[in-house]
Design a protein around this ligand. Structure first.
Ligand code: RIB
Length: 317
């Protein structure tokens, strides 16, 4: 069911990349030249992937982005899914792009060139945020420039902010994260922000993060180890589906888009977690970023046919 006009709009300040995807037997080693078994060029970027997932999850999203005029073709999947692309600027500067290796074990390695994603000016941001409906959501990742400015402008406008600080950079720790309502973190991002070892337990990471950001909802995605949601005294853990991954690119983006669409429809957290986890499980079984993001009908069918995901409510006292 598509949300009605009563549902809070989501504005996604997000990257749009052209992904160059190479299938390789193993990730290339220093000094090695390696032939790839296949190659494709597709829409990607954490921002675009998350908008696409939100729309495929029957949510409504307006994407704020920048892309080279010459790469207009890459917007077709966003348009087809119903993403509002009116605020995507077509630029003379080159698009952002990603060189992605995916190996036979479904591991990936990505080189990112920010390109047009880093071309937002202060006046662009003021105009975009000035046109947003107070009470809506700002969704953002860390692939566009000026994250501190957009955070401050969005909070002042009365938008709820959902932030996925990926890829994590040292500057993220300096951002005003207390302005966020929701943080989506993977293990590495959580460990860095919590100043804990990468192999710290989920409980230790969540304890440290809620100590530092007591009012922020933390969604900690752990791949095949499931997902944790923590906010105040609520701590929910949902297990992952057991599936054979062929490519994990965009699995996190799929999770976030589906989770946000469920929240936009005012679904409860438990449902949002199960829906998003199931969408990610489908995503990892298909190669590519944007092309692997499933439509809602497939996710609903999987929810009916796959085993019900175990859900645990942890005590926080
Ligand atoms: O999260 C996956 C995305 O990360 C890819 O589509 C690539 O563009 C990089 O931004």
């Amino acid at each position: 069911m598509r949300p009605t006009r009563d549902h809070a709009p989501v504005y996604n300040y997000g990257s749009i990349n052209i992904d160059y995807v190479y299938r390789v037997p193993h990730l290339v080693q220093p000094g090695e030249t390696l032939a790839s078994a296949s190659f494709c060029r597709v829409l990607g970027g954490k921002g675009a992937n998350q908008s696409l997932a939100l729309a495929r999850a029957d949510g409504q999203v307006s994407h704020w982005g920048r892309l080279a005029q010459a790469d207009r073709w890459a917007l077709e999947p966003l348009e087809a899914a119903g993403v509002d692309i009116a605020q995507i600027a077509l630029t003379d500067d080159p698009s952002g792009h990603a060189l992605i290796q995916v190996d036979d074990a479904a591991e990936n390695a990505i080189i990112l060139y920010p390109g047009a994603n880093h071309g937002f000016t202060e006046s662009d941001l003021e105009k975009l945020v000035g046109g947003a409906e107070p009470g809506g959501w700002l969704l953002m990742q860390n692939e566009c420039n000026a994250p501190a400015s957009i955070l401050r402008l969005a909070a002042a406008r009365g938008l709820a902010i959902a932030f996925n600080p990926a890829p994590l950079t040292p500057e993220v720790s300096e951002l005003p994260l207390t302005l966020c309502q929701t943080l989506f973190l993977n293990r590495g991002e959580a460990a860095a922000l919590a100043e804990r070892a990468p192999d710290a337990s989920a409980d230790a990471l969540l304890e440290a993060l809620t100590g530092r950001l007591p009012d922020v909802e933390i969604v900690l995605t752990l791949g095949s180890d499931g997902v944790h949601y923590r906010h105040a005294d609520c701590h929910i853990e949902v297990a992952a589906h057991r599936v054979k991954a062929v490519d994990t690119t965009a699995a996190g983006d799929t999770f976030i888009g589906y989770f946000m669409a469920a929240r936009q429809r005012d679904a409860n957290v438990e449902h949002a977690l199960r829906l998003a986890t199931t969408a990610s499980a489908l995503c990892v079984q298909v190669a590519g970023a944007a092309p692997s993001i499933p439509p809602m009908a497939d996710v609903e069918a999987a929810l009916r046919s796959m085993p019900t995901l175990a859900l645990t409510r942890h005590s926080t006292t």
